[in-house]
Design a protein around this ligand. Structure first.
Ligand code: V47
Ligand code: SF4
Length: 372
């Protein structure tokens, strides 16, 4: 345990115990996680989470060069927290065909882009073959790019509409060129909270089963949590425990992404948003609890750059990517970054200023470039 940490924790038996557990590489349980959430000792939480991140990732902070495609904002679901989805006849809905998405690729693609992230609404008429063709076309034009695409909720719909099992559907997508799966759609696994905020969409078991099957097929994935709405700390911790248990079995999660609920223009706006202290605590507890998921992502397009930088001191070690102003999901929900884009130089500078060593990575966290 480092000296600074010892000094801060000297008079707090519980926090000292957690520090000892972290040093010994032991897990914390749900009760301990709950006590951490309830602690107001923010500096101790930062030091504890930082200790865990150092064990796993040293002083490195990762980023990649990527852009997003959002094929459609038309969605059969109506999640109450979502500011993005529209009905087919809404004037501000979109639904790109494959050639339009190839134009988006051409607009954003440069030699050094390593990943395309594809996530959108669950369009009633867009099925598995359409998305397989999309991936095939992208890979024809950019064979080396990593395609991280479709939340488990989108996959659930397209695979069941094709009358295939999860395994068969994922194998088809893999054969087309799908490389990994993003973390969205997880929200909060608790069935009562899900009933209240997103009752129509795939349930927790389906989300977990899709990721488990993907991992077994060699398709790695991310996991997320949507926090700061009507859930309690216990709901968050149960969510983390589901992920930790699955990761023990499969080791297929690359990163965990805490997504802060943004209130603009959706039907639970009256819930309000949690403040930055809650966001930082949530990063710290996630880092300490999820001892087996290697990376914690500070998703700057949604948090805003400043808060994303602070999160790096609360356990996060990954800034996602340069984005190139290609995503609208968060700006439509009121996120700080209206047109998220960072050049490599800006990203490197930002990470250095925050006190860490920037590393450009690929989508599975191989180090491509270390900016010492
Ligand atoms: O599941 C929707 C969230 C997610 C709101 O894997 C909202 O690298 C906040 O999958 N306030 C989709 N969040 C995004 C996603 C993602 C994002 C970044 C990185 C990765 C990755 C994946 O967006 C949804 C939902 O939890 N979301 N509405 C809102 N109002
Ligand atoms: Fe559809 Fe996803 Fe929005 Fe839910 S969060 S309404 S599934 S786009």
């Amino acid at each position: 345990m480092n000296k600074e940490l010892k000094k801060v924790l000297l008079n707090d038996k519980f926090l000292s115990l957690i520090a000892e557990k972290i040093t010994a590489g032991e897990r914390i349980n749900i009760n301990e996680g709950l006590k951490l959430y309830k602690s107001h000792n923010l500096s101790a939480l930062a030091l504890l989470a930082n200790e865990k991140r150092k064990q796993i990732n040293g002083n490195f902070v990762f980023f990649n060069k990527n852009f997003h495609i959002e094929p459609t904002n038309i969605c059969i679901h109506n999640c109450r927290f979502c500011s993005y989805h529209r009905s087919i006849n809404d004037s501000d809905s979109w639904d790109y065909d494959i050639s339009e998405m190839m134009e988006i690729c051409k607009k954003h693609y440069r030699k050094d882009i390593s990943e395309i992230h594809i996530v959108g609404g669950v369009h009633p008429d867009r099925h598995l073959d359409f998305y397989c063709n999309l991936i095939v076309e992208i890979k024809k034009m950019f064979p080396a790019v990593h395609i991280k695409a479709f939340t488990a909720v989108e996959l659930d719909y397209m695979i069941s509409m094709a009358n295939l099992t999860i395994k068969e559907g994922l194998l088809k997508l893999k054969a087309a060129g799908l490389n990994s799966i993003p973390g969205g759609g997880a929200e909060i696994f608790d069935s009562e909270i899900r009933r209240q905020i997103c009752y129509q969409k795939s349930d927790a078991n389906t989300w977990l089963e899709i990721h488990k099957t993907a991992h077994k097929l060699g398709i790695t994935s991310n996991a997320s949590i949507l926090f700061g709405h009507i859930e309690t700390y216990v709901h968050r911790l149960n969510h983390l425990e589901h992920l930790r248990n699955l990761q023990d079995q499969t080791h297929g999660f690359n990163a965990f992404i805490p997504l802060k609920y943004k209130k603009f223009n959706n039907s639970i706006s009256e819930t309000g948003e949690v403040n930055d202290i809650e966001v930082l605590k949530n990063f710290a507890v996630s880092r300490i609890f999820l001892d087996n998921i290697p990376h914690i992502k500070s998703y700057w397009p949604m948090l805003g750059k400043n808060l994303a930088g602070f999160a790096l001191h609360f356990g996060a070690d990954d800034m996602d990517g340069t984005i190139n102003d290609s995503t609208k999901i968060y700006s439509m929900a009121g996120a700080e970054e209206k047109n998220p884009a960072m050049t490599t130089a800006e990203m490197v500078n930002f990470i250095k200023q925050s006190g860490f060593i920037p590393v450009e990575r690929d989508s599975v966290y191989n180090k491509l470039n270390v900016f010492e």
